[in-house]
Design a binder for this molecule. Structure first.
Ligand code: SAM
Length: 281
């Protein structure tokens, strides 16, 4: 039987700082039509994020960003800005690498950030391409669990310029980043379904050569298989040289790029960890 879908929210978000994806907030379905919410990325997914992706995100932080940051020997109380803070996994873990860090979490998805407040001294609902953080105020900027892959080349260049402005001289930017190998290769055309209490979640990744981007469709279904909501996530993976150039143009020097799971760099790895430095003039 084919299911007829009626799109309720297109490109929407959260209203009044509250997540709009609760069952009560959905308008009544028209006759014969299933109501499906189709909001912006990380609006509905926020509810299941920690349960579904939390353990993998935490492992990625520990192996990647936090391991690098621990080696930077930052002063206690240093200001740390977390780009794409999400539900706050990086903020929660940051004190293991920077004692008494003053944590600022920035994210564009209200439904994610409202879960993060407890892990930051300050949270800012904003686009990381227009970073609203004071000039030369941060010792460290981080982005964990592939956040910067959500920016295309132009967006990433803008973000890096903003980071460079916010960093104090001698400051650092450390982030993990999905490789072209993951997006163009492993996720070229791949789907997976995960069973959850009361239903399932499915991911469908497709790489689009024309836009050089990977479009992932996330669907949440109830126990009867009915579609509850669908989100579309678009990710990019710049080549190492292009990312290096974008960093240099922004005033940041690439100190190190390594695989998530080892000290060396290989283009075949699915995730790399980048460490950039703002020069002291
Ligand atoms: C994969 S999640 C990672 C969340 C968190 N860093 C973690 O480790 O769990 C990506 C996050 O980046 C945020 N994000 C993506 N693009 C963004 C943008 N342009 N501005 C602000 N936040 C953005 C999303 O809302 C989401 O919370």
């Amino acid at each position: 039987m084919s299911v007829c879908l009626r799109w309720v929210v297109e490109g929407g978000g959260c209203e009044g700082g509250r997540c709009c994806c609760s069952a009560e907030s959905a308008p009544p379905a028209g006759r014969g039509l299933a109501v499906v919410r189709a909001p912006a990325a990380y609006t509905c997914l926020a509810e299941d994020y920690d349960r579904l992706l939390g353990p993998l995100a935490e492992k990625t932080w520990r192996l990647g960003v936090l391991a690098e940051v621990a080696g930077l020997d930052l002063a206690a109380g240093a200001t740390v800005v977390d780009l794409g803070a999400g539900t706050g996994i990086g903020g929660r873990l940051m004190p293991t690498a920077v004692a008494e860090a003053y944590r600022i979490g920035v994210d564009g998805a209200a439904a994610m950030l409202e879960r993060a407040c407890v892990w930051y001294e300050r949270t800012v609902l904003a686009d990381v391409r227009e970073l609203p953080v004071e000039t030369a105020s941060a010792a460290l900027v981080v982005a964990g669990f592939d956040t910067l892959n959500y920016l295309d080349a132009v967006g990433l260049a803008r973000c890096l310029r903003g980071v460079s402005r916010c960093l104090a001289p001698g400051g650092w930017l450390v982030f993990d980043y999905s490789s072209p190998e993951l997006l163009r290769g492993a996720w070229r055309d791949r789907g997976q379904v995960e069973e959850l209490p009361g239903g399932s979640m499915s991911w469908r990744h497709r790489f689009e050569p024309v836009g050089q981007r990977c479009v992932s469709t996330v669907e949440r279904r109830d126990g009867a298989g009915e579609l509850l909501w669908r989100e579309r996530h678009v990710q990019y993976a710049l080549d190492v040289y292009d990312l290096h150039v974008a960093a240099v143009v922004a005033g940041l020097r690439v100190e190190r790029v390594r695989n998530l799971h080892r000290e060396q760099f290989s283009p075949a790895a699915h995730t790399h960890v980048w460490t950039l430095h703002k020069q002291v003039r």
